[in-house]
Design a protein around this ligand. Structure first.
Ligand code: SD4
Length: 330
């Protein structure tokens, strides 16, 4: 092996970093570590934006996007708009490990997951339900183009709240606060989070993955950048890995993770590679919000962000036993 071990992930979700690092310490592979790190985030429902009980769509449903990529083989498994199954990154791994396919979507991804032994549950919880109820007062606006009014759909709402059936141990949002935060979200400041993670293991294999419940109040059927290889994340042995978070509808148009890995393959350092990958997005969409992380095969890493005031990511490597939180200005 190369001797370089590292875990790097988006956002201040240190338990996920720790879970991935512990997997490496127990001789797990880079893929194992990405899956355990992202699974931790799903189980914690971290930031309300990964796993169940977050980011309701227009009809109040939470759906999940995830991918896992093994840079030592270039195998990928991904799920988009996964319904009624909590463990999106594990289902993505099942696509990678047990099929010749790469990306499965919607109800048929659910059917596949059930056949693989995953269980079916309602992904709605108190948090997602109260967010959605708050949004109802202003339904059918945020995800339609501002220049197209009125909303041309005939079928858009009014929606009827469904009953909650999922357990919700860590409910934090009060409905009152939620109305304010829902409207704040509608102006686009911080309406989305994704865990994106890159790992190099003791054998020198690199892996990258993502997990998210996507964009809040999305139009049902919307799939973001997170499960799209080259957009949400990418990893290639000999080159490096990258992962993205932010406004996926815009970012996926530029395949920024693929671009960053290609830059690193050509010898560009991680931070410069990310700057080059972000530059065309900024040029065409100066007001977008997003951030990226990258690591090369030497374990050198970087991060960039745009549109946030500042941004946080996590690293664990052999230089320090504790998870390191890194803050950058955007
Ligand atoms: C998406 N990129 O679905 C994801 C959401 C997110 O920070 O990251 N956000 O567009």
């Amino acid at each position: 092996g190369s001797g370089v071990r590292i875990v790097i992930n988006t956002w201040p979700v240190t338990n996920s970093t720790k879970a991935a690092w512990d997997t490496l310490l127990n001789n797990g592979s880079a893929v194992d570590a990405v899956v355990s790190g992202c699974s931790q985030c799903e189980a914690e429902q971290c930031r309300g934006t990964v796993g169940p009980n977050g980011s309701p769509d227009e009809e109040g449903e939470t759906t999940l996007d995830a991918m896992i990529m093994d840079g030592s083989t270039m195998d990928v498994g991904a799920v988009g708009c996964l319904r009624r199954v909590k463990t999106a990154i594990a289902v993505a791994r099942a696509v990678m490990d047990h099929t010749d396919h790469t990306l499965m979507v919607g109800d048929l991804a659910t059917k596949f997951a059930l056949e693989m032994g995953f269980s079916e549950t309602n992904l709605t919880g108190n948090r997602s339900l109260s967010k959605w109820k708050a949004w109802l007062a202003k339904h059918c606006q945020p995800n339609f183009r501002q220049d197209v009014t009125p909303d041309p759909r005939q079928s858009c709402g009014p929606y009827t709240p469904k009953t909650q059936t999922m357990g919700d141990p860590e409910e934090q949002d009060s409905p009152g606060n939620d109305i304010q935060s829902a409207f704040a979200h509608n102006i686009g400041e911080d309406n989305h989070d994704t865990i994106g993670m890159i790992v190099i293991d003791q054998s020198g294999r690199i892996s990258a993955g993502t997990s998210t419940n996507g964009l809040t109040y999305k139009i049902p059927g919307r799939v973001g950048d997170s499960p799209i290889m080259g957009a949400g994340s990418y990893a290639m042995n000999g080159a490096g890995g990258a992962a993205a978070t932010g406004n996926g509808d815009v970012m996926m148009r530029f395949l920024p993770s693929f671009n960053a890995v290609s830059q690193m393959q050509a010898g560009v350092d991680p931070t410069t590679a990310l700057q080059k990958a972000m530059a065309p997005i900024i040029k065409f969409y100066p007001s977008f919000h997003g951030a990226m992380i990258a690591v090369n095969m030497d374990g050198k890493y970087g991060a960039v962000c745009h549109g946030y005031t500042n941004w946080t990511f996590c690293v664990a490597d052999d230089s320090s036993p504790e998870v390191q939180l890194h803050f950058i200005d955007c």
